[in-house]
Design a protein around this ligand. Structure first.
Ligand code: GLU
Length: 360
């Protein structure tokens, strides 16, 4: 009898030790994994079509972030995941207010010792603008990755799940720190400054003029380039110091264009107009006076190109010094709008504004 109870107690104690060892090792494994927050904002990645054959016609921003992540149990092997739904919308609906709200939340999360990085699911349409803003205003070296999809979650060969998986892999990897805000799509890692959406439907829509920073192969990010321009902790812009963004708008130039958009924007109180000029940011002879009047009324004129590539040459075809214009360097008009709005929070001196465009 004594012997039996001694054996029972011994078995019980041994099994308790085994459970404790198991729990300790599971806890150690959890503790070793990075803590990543995934913020949902909507987009095609959360979209649903009528049938799985609908790859380009569907409703975006339908599924909540936790539904998308639940379908991806693999990512819990890489990181400890928390989720937040900050918006549920198409990214075309981002405005300054929503951009500031998202950026403030990312900044707040990254200040916490409990957070090692952030993934943001985002519509692809304006992802390049949101990511550039984060790239310039977040004061942290911790990785931030924006990810989206070109096919809705319900589609045959939906690209969202693998894109999210890759985004988590990139944020979790030590090599991703200090590279500014990144966009992960289609197995590629792009720098926020340089990347642009180039096709309304293709899976391989995101292109960087000078190439992606790296690629993801079998669950490992491989980097081949570094961002050349200042970002995050080297940037002079800080989300904590920005209450509102000044109004900056873009006007698209074409043959037989009208001066009405310029006059209307000035009347509405815009602080700067990005002239999305043809070729080298050129200005039609019948628009020249309109732009001079814009500047004379205190509104800045920034010359950009609608070509999709190349720099706008200062004092080339147009005398920018004489007209007190700014040129964008190589920046696309949508991102020039972001940079100009940030620049105007620092200075209203044309020379200094131009220096900001050369620098960033
Ligand atoms: N227009 C939507 C958006 O930008 C869907 C496009 C997409 O996510 O690819 O959110």
């Amino acid at each position: 009898m004594h012997y039996i109870s001694y054996m029972a107690i011994r078995c019980f104690l041994l099994s308790m030790v085994a459970v404790m060892l198991f729990c300790a090792s599971a806890w150690a494994q959890e503790a070793q994994k990075p803590n990543i927050v995934i913020i949902g904002t909507g987009g095609t990645i959360a979209g649903v079509g009528k049938s799985n054959a609908n790859v380009s016609a569907y409703q975006s921003a339908v599924l909540p972030i936790d539904t998308l992540i639940k379908a991806l149990p693999e990512i819990t092997n890489i990181a400890n995941i928390k989720m937040e739904q900050i918006f549920q919308m198409g990214s075309e609906s981002f405005n300054n207010e929503r951009l500031l709200k998202l950026t403030r939340r990312v900044s707040e999360l990254l200040k916490s010792k409990e957070v090692d990085g952030v993934v943001i699911t985002h519509g692809t349409d304006t992802m390049e603008e949101t990511s550039y803003f984060l790239n310039l205003t977040i004061k942290s070296e911790k990785p931030v990755v924006l990810v989206g999809a070109m096919r809705p979650a319900s589609a045959l060969s939906a690209d969202g799940p693998l894109n999210i998986y890759n985004a988590v892999i990139v944020v979790a990897h030590k090599d991703s720190a200090g590279k500014g805000t990144l966009i992960v799509m289609n197995d590629e890692i792009h720098a926020a400054r340089d990347v642009t959406k180039t096709s309304s439907v293709k899976i391989e829509t995101f292109r960087s003029l000078y190439g992606p920073l790296g690629t993801i192969v079998e669950g490992t990010p491989r980097y081949y380039r570094l961002p050349a321009r200042p970002h995050t902790i080297q940037s002079e812009f800080d989300i904590d110091a920005i209450d509102t963004l000044p109004e900056v708008n873009v006007v698209y130039a074409h043959e037989n264009m009208s001066r009405v958009p310029y006059d209307a924007l000035v009347a509405a109180g815009t602080k700067a107009i990005i002239h999305m000029g043809v070729g080298n940011g050129s200005v039609a002879d019948y628009i020249t006076d309109a732009l001079k009047e814009v500047r004379a009324k205190g509104v800045f004129v920034v010359r950009a190109t609608r070509t999709g590539g190349g720099i706008v040459v200062r004092n080339g075809e147009i005398n920018d010094d004489q007209n007190d214009y700014i040129v964008t360097d190589d920046q696309n008009p949508a991102k020039a709008r972001i940079l100009m709005a940030l620049a105007l929070t620092k200075t209203t001196n044309t020379k200094e504004l131009q220096e900001i465009f050369w620098k960033y």
